[in-house]
Design a protein around this ligand. Structure first.
Ligand code: ATP
Length: 270
């Protein structure tokens, strides 16, 4: 199916550059494919590659300005996944290295909206991300935030292996009963909002994973990050409703964020 529709790329047309990151399954390189700057993720293990190949078929059907775009795959000594290059790296590092003196609250809200729009699109396609976190959001050259690692998460060992779930980002019902849904993605989105407005801090600072599991189950929630607008904090809190159906969907969240943006920066909304 991939070859039929032109998703199979030619290794001869790829020039590999520097190593720009380490993924769980292999290194990520910068490169150029037919004149376009790209990122190339290499998966060496054959079994994993087979599973990834199935999932990239899902990815080929997804196109949105706030999802990292797949260009195609190369089959050559394992699997190479070629995506658009996101020159400014992941959102956690972006916020940590620049900080409050460089990034203002309008830009924080812009990133929040970008991610929300990408997730609204995934929700409309009935896809569940399962690993939404600031480390999986990448920043383009023109400062647009895009969700990455979608569609790949289902083959991720992290998901089938309960011990490897990203505890601090995972909704209680997903941790306990493996009930993943758009509403568990919304919980993760609330954590991601907290990461954004705290400029890339680790969620639940100083708490162990077991402590987080136990306390969150008993109703404990993180406090607002320093200088976080109360309206944004109340969005986090609805994302963290214990009951999944009490959490808003991404479409509703988007409307609320649009209104915030209009208050903070009139006329700049999307
Ligand atoms: P994890 O599963 O732990 O999230 P991973 O195996 O999915 O990791 P990635 O997150 O895809 O690996 O990649 C690791 C790092 O490589 C990213 O944090 C980012 O810094 C860099 N990277 C990945 N894709 C791109 C891209 N398209 N453009 C620029 N940098 C990228």
């Amino acid at each position: 199916e991939l070859s039929k529709n032109g998703w199979l790329l030619d290794i001869e047309k790829l020039t590999l550059g520097e190593n720009i990151g380490e993924g769980e399954f292999g290194a990520v390189y910068e490169g150029v494919y037919m004149g376009q700057r790209v990122a190339v993720k290499t998966i060496k293990c054959d079994v994993t590659a087979q599973a990834f190949l199935q999932e990239t078929t899902v990815m080929t059907k997804l196109q949105h300005k706030n999802l990292v775009r797949l260009l195609g795959v190369i089959l050559h000594k394992g699997l190479h996944i070629v995506t658009e290059l996101m020159t400014k790296g992941n959102l956690v590092n972006f916020l940590r290295t620049r900080g409050r003196s460089v990034v203002n609250s309008v830009q924080l809200l812009r990133f929040s909206l970008d991610v929300c729009e990408g997730m609204d699109y995934l929700e409309s396609k009935k896809l569940v991300h399962r690993d939404l976190a600031a480390r999986n959001v990448l920043i383009s050259d023109d400062n647009v935030a895009k969700v990455s690692d979608f569609g790949l998460t289902k083959v991720d060992s992290k998901v089938s292996d309960k011990a490897k779930l990203p505890v601090k980002w995972t909704a209680p019902e997903a941790l306990k009963k493996e009930k993943f849904s758009t509403k568990s993605d919304v919980w993760s989105y609330g954590i991601l909002l907290w990461e954004i407005f705290s400029y890339g801090r680790q969620p639940y600072p100083k708490m162990s994973l077991q402590e987080v599991k136990d306390k969150v189950e008993q109703g404990y929630r993180m406090e607002a990050p320093e200088d976080c607008p109360p309206s944004v904090y109340s969005l986090m809190r609805v994302c963290w409703e214990q009951e999944p159906r009490k959490r808003p969907g991404f479409h509703k969240l988007r409307e609320k964020l649009d209104r915030e943006m209009e208050k903070l920066s009139p006329g700049s909304g999307s």
